[in-house]
Design a binder for this molecule. Sequence first.
Ligand code: NI
Length: 171
Amino acid sequence: MTLRKILEYPAPVLRQETRRITAFNEELKKLVEDMAETMYAAPGIGLAAPQIGESLKLIVIDTTSDKEGAREFMAMINPEIIEKEGKQLDEEGCLSVPDLTSKVKRFKKITVAYQDLAGNSHLMAAEDRPAVVLQHEIDHINGILFLDHLSALKRALYKKKVKKWQQEEPA
Ligand code: NI
């Protein structure tokens, strides 16, 4: 397992169209292991492949709410929301968008179609917080950041802050 660098906004790969995964091989398994290690080290509750520079339809999540509980790690390949209903408003942040949290409007309940590491197809229903995490990560593989769900004013303020950081620490 390798700890990978998490890329931050405005890295172009975060905005790219991702590729569908068709090869369910050792290389994919290794990538999932790297993503798990990187997510837990951050620490985070979800990570999408573009965040480590891999423009692929792949996310990992662990929405275990009980800190004492067993890990509920899942890797979802080619995930797609096929059903959605209701509304909820919950606080979000993102490992690729440092120093910003904000309430985001999401669907309350969703059903996701995805494949596992062996290429088998599954459906998963989620609601409340796990549904938020899934919508956030699936956005990532479509080039969307939680920033895009905020008001134009909030987004503009954040962009200004990032520009200032970039001037302070030239890459
Ligand atoms: Ni994120």
